[in-house]
Design a protein around this ligand. Structure first.
Ligand code: ACO
Length: 331
């Protein structure tokens, strides 16, 4: 019973937007963004769809894993920025890869998506002898959900994708997943209005309001409330996952937190009693790319030789939902 990582890959769009670039479109400064978030620049899509970025990361992970796409049994795509209401992104990517023996599932678990995907991969591998290789693709075009006149959200996000091939292995992963749906109203973006040929768009929206402040199509976020949630939920989930593994967070060789805000990461590390030199941070270069953050970090850590075979790595995410989750794996 267990899993191991066979290969990882990532893709970040070529276009880089700096904090300085934002000063030209909203009332902000490099100093404010750097001090409050730790972000200096982010990669953003210039018309590259979520599936395109996901396919690039997936192709690289498969090459790295040294397998043929036909050897993939299952594809899990994690995204909050799907290109289509249907079909699933997993099916689009399956078709483009020629992974004809795989079935696919999309999961929408915001910035904890990769942790949920890895947890799901292990459960399928452990319970179904037909499933040996699972491809997880976390691809995000978050910037299309953001209002570029709202300085409090637009500076935070970037686009990109990370992918991992997971196979049957000897080491079990230990996870802890949680949610607080009463916090759904704190961070959301609408997909489609519920109008049709017989219903006016505004009436439909009015009738279907789920949250008190519900607005139009762009991201709505109560930043401070999400911040408070994150600094509790991240250490809580990590400690719970470690407990199952018989460890404390400080025993881990490396922690990969969701990259939303350097202040959240540092506070969570302190609460977990973990030195920052064990915590991987790339937020300065990527901003928040939702579920793609963790697999991009994992790919960079492996490429840079900062983690090696046998290391115990904790991954922890939180986000819209409100949702949280942590997983401890042996790489
Ligand atoms: N530039 C300059 N000033 C700004 C900016 C900006 N880009 N954005 C906000 N401000 C101003 C505000 O208007 C406010 O001004 P005021 O005091 O005159 O009213 C002041 O800065 C302070 O604003 P706060 O919202 O209190 O700033 P805070 O320190 O809380 O930082 C932030 C805001 C960065 C959003 C923080 O709250 C945060 O990181 N929250 C968590 C966000 C998060 O993790 N989201 C997860 C999303 S992932 C997902 O699921 C998609």
């Amino acid at each position: 019973m267990g899993i191991k990582i066979l290969g990882t890959g990532m893709y970040l769009p070529e276009k880089v937007v700096t904090n300085e670039d934002f000063t030209k479109i909203v009332d902000t400064s490099d100093e404010w963004i750097t001090k409050r978030t730790g972000i200096k620049r982010r990669h953003i899509s210039q018309g590259e769809y979520t599936w395109v970025m996901g396919l690039k990361a997936a192709t690289s992970a498969i090459k790295n894993a040294k397998i043929n796409p036909l050897e993939i049994d299952m594809i899990i795509v994690t995204t909050i920025s799907a290109d289509f209401a249907y079909p699933s992104m997993a099916n689009v990517i399956q078709g483009k890869l020629g992974a004809n023996n795989a079935f696919g599932i999309d999961i929408c678990c915001a910035c904890a998506g990769f942790v949920y995907g890895l947890d799901m991969a292990q459960r399928y591998i452990n319970t179904d002898s037909d499933i040996n290789n699972v491809l997880i693709v976390s691809s995000e075009n978050v910037t299309k959900t953001v209002d570029y006149t709202d300085r409090s959200t637009c500076v935070l996000f970037g686009d990109g994708a990370g992918a991992v091939v997971v196979t049957r292995g000897e080491n079990q992963a230990y996870s802890y997943l949680g949610a607080d749906g009463t916090g759904a109203e704190l961070l959301y973006a609408h997909l489609y209005p519920a109008n049709n040929g017989f219903t006016d768009e505004n009436v439909a929206l009015e009738n279907s309001k789920a949250f008190p402040n519900e607005t139009g199509r762009y991201m709505y976020m109560e930043g401070q409330d999400v911040y408070k949630f994150a600094i509790s939920a991240m250490p809580y989930a990590m400690e719970k996952a470690c407990e199952k593994a018989g460890l404390k967070p400080k025993d881990l060789d490396c922690i990969i937190p969701h990259q939303a805000n350097i202040r959240i990461i540092e506070t969570a590390a302190k609460r977990m009693n973990v030195d920052m030199d064990k915590v991987f941070v790339n937020i300065q270069d990527t901003g928040n790319i939702s579920s793609a953050c963790i697999p991009v970090c994992l790919t960079q850590l492996l490429e840079q030789g900062k983690i090696k075979s046998g290391d115990k790595v904790g991954m922890v995410g939180f986000g819209s939902g409100l949702i949280y989750g942590a997983i401890v794996i042996t790489v």
